[in-house]
Design a protein around this ligand. Structure first.
Ligand code: BGC
Length: 534
């Protein structure tokens, strides 16, 4: 683990995983907590610091667990509470921290609160949700799951009213104008923090509050509640973190950091598609533009950056023209599109091309923000377009080349990948054994990054290499300076450095000292991490 510092998250490397898809210890075809616990050594070998677990609460799984039916338990498919406690203990023993999803905005329609709410207008739970006699209120709120939901309102026969939902109709929104709801969700946070977790990835936070005449996102009342949640956590559990999922422009995410009194971390959603734009256009422009538009954040805060996650590669934060371009470039098969995004994994997106995969990961590990690696991407797993919704990017982790991929001793509930990404072609065991594998390349990059506070939390300074195909920037922290070069192009390119740099540098990835000429020839998609030492 980086340190015991309360600011540990600022230079941590995160790893997002689905317990369901990681390792099945009891031969039922579904990954579970004892299975994950068995695989902690692997995660330690990879060299990450903090695990983010997708929801493991009891759920009818209409949204793969983001539809929670009970906030205070573990879905029996994933194990028992004791298994959970054992897992947290084992992770901490290895210096790995753990955060979990806190789904504030909505419950499952199977949650007893909603069942009671819909059954009677007099139930104290009625007001836990947002009801209306018409479906015309809050008309300025956009629909997020565009491919399936015609409206944010659904008529409930039993209740005799419409209820409000920003996601699937099976996920009714909680009513944050109700103090009982606000209090209840603080209790939920307490429950898991008392189990020893290190924080939460707070799901879908822009949508907590609705107001007529607004788009019902990022409202001041929503921030008020989130600040209350933060104060509550700071008071009872110092050192634990809140990571904000707000798929918004950098300007609109900025308030979620408050004055360092709201979220510790926030995903940088708009940066992600621009990494793909830059890789494909082979120019730095889109990346530079979005980072220029990114406001500074308080000293005790950090961005979280990522290449892929469990959702579709979202294109909500690009223009309509850019979205069409991204779909054209990265989603040539209509089945690859979902809502306003692309439901593919990193390796297939980058044509399973090793140089592109390393280049993308190098950007991830050297741009400002704490990186998140999505499980399976470290070995270049693919996706399955035949599976519905986002399931195709959540297939079982491929541990070896055996028929069940070492994931289970029985047929996995979610099918394994086939073809170019089948377990016999892509699996952990082979890559662990092969020092030239993607896994080892990435592991090495993680090790180097862990040793460099500048890469972890340094400031960013662009230089002009006189060539738009080259990303040339410096990360600085205290006395440490690291110069980063990326050739985004598939052709060799020259970077002009000009003056102001030392004559010799240490190449962090090879650990060699080398002269630094004023012009550097970079091979196709080559990248360099150079320590500038006097
Ligand atoms: C999660 C999704 C989920 C949605 C509703 C999100 O943004 O990442 O997977 O479907 O919230 O909970």
């Amino acid at each position: 683990m980086t340190t015991n510092s309360p600011l540990w998250y600022k230079d941590a490397i995160f790893y997002e995983l689905h317990v369901r898809a990681f390792y099945d210890s009891n031969a039922d075809g579904i990954g579970d907590l004892p299975g994950l616990t068995e695989k902690l050594d692997y995660l330690q070998t990879l060299g990450v610091n903090c695990l983010w677990l997708l929801p493991i609460y009891p759920s009818p799984r209409k949204d793969d667990g983001y539809d929670i039916a009970d906030y205070y338990n573990i879905d029996p498919a994933y194990g028992t509470m004791q298994d959970f406690e054992n897992f947290i203990h084992a992770a901490h023993q290895r210096g790995l921290r753990v955060i979990m999803d806190l789904v504030l905005n909505h419950t499952s329609d199977q949650h007893p609160w909603f069942q009671a709410a819909r059954a009677s207008k007099d139930s104290p739970y009625r007001d836990y949700y947002v009801w209306s006699d018409t479906d015309q209120k809050y008309a300025d709120a956009r629909i997020i799951f565009l491919d399936t939901e015609p409206s944010n309102w659904t008529w409930d026969e039993q209740a005799g009213q419409y209820y409000w939902h920003r996601f699937y109709a099976s996920q009714p929104d909680l009513n944050y104008d109700n103090p009982a709801v606000r209090q209840e969700m603080l209790r939920v946070a307490d429950f898991w923090l008392q189990k020893g977790i290190d924080g939460f990835r707070a799901d879908a936070v822009p949508y907590l509050i609705e107001r007529e005449g607004s788009n019902c996102e990022n409202l001041p009342e929503t921030h008020d509640y989130l600040k209350q949640l933060r104060a509550h956590i700071d008071e009872g559990y110092p050192g634990r973190i809140l990571l904000c999922e707000a798929n918004q422009s950098p300007q609109d995410v900025r308030p979620y950091f408050g004055e360092g009194d709201e979220f510790h971390m926030g995903f940088h959603f708009p940066l992600m598609p621009r990494i793909y734009m830059s890789l494909q256009k082979e120019t730095i422009r889109d990346l530079q533009e979005i980072l220029a538009q990114t406001p500074p954040i308080p000293e005790n805060c950090q961005w979280c950056i990522f290449l892929r996650n469990h959702d579709e590669l979202t294109l909500e934060m690009v223009t309509e023209e850019e979205r069409q371009w991204m779909w054209q470039q990265y989603a040539p098969d209509p089945r690859m599109k979902l809502n306003l995004g692309i439901r593919r994994r990193l390796a297939p997106l980058l044509q399973n091309d090793r140089a592109r995969l390393e280049l993308a990961n190098s950007l991830l590990l050297t741009l400002p923000g704490a990186p998140i690696i999505y499980y399976g991407d470290e070995i270049g797993m693919g996706d399955n377009l035949l599976l519905p919704d986002r399931d195709g990017v959540r297939t079982p982790m491929q541990w070896d080349s055996s028929p069940q991929a070492g994931f289970s001793t029985t047929t996995p509930a979610t099918p394994l990948l086939t073809g170019d990404y089948a377990p016999e072609r892509v699996n952990v065991q082979d890559q662990l054994q092969n020092p030239a594998s993607l896994f080892h390349a990435l592991r090495h990059m993680l090790q180097v990054r862990q040793q460099s506070p500048a890469l972890g939390q340094g400031s960013l300074h662009w230089h002009n290499p006189g060539n738009p195909a080259i990303a040339l920037y410096e990360r600085r922290h205290l006395q440490e300076r690291v110069l980063i070069l990326h050739n985004l192009s598939g052709l060799a390119q020259v970077a002009s450095l000009g003056g102001g740099f030392p004559a010799h540098v240490r190449n962090l990835l090879t650990d060699q000292t080398q002269p630094l000429p004023t012009e550097i020839l970079l091979q196709p998609r080559q990248f360099l991490w150079l320590a500038l030492e006097d």
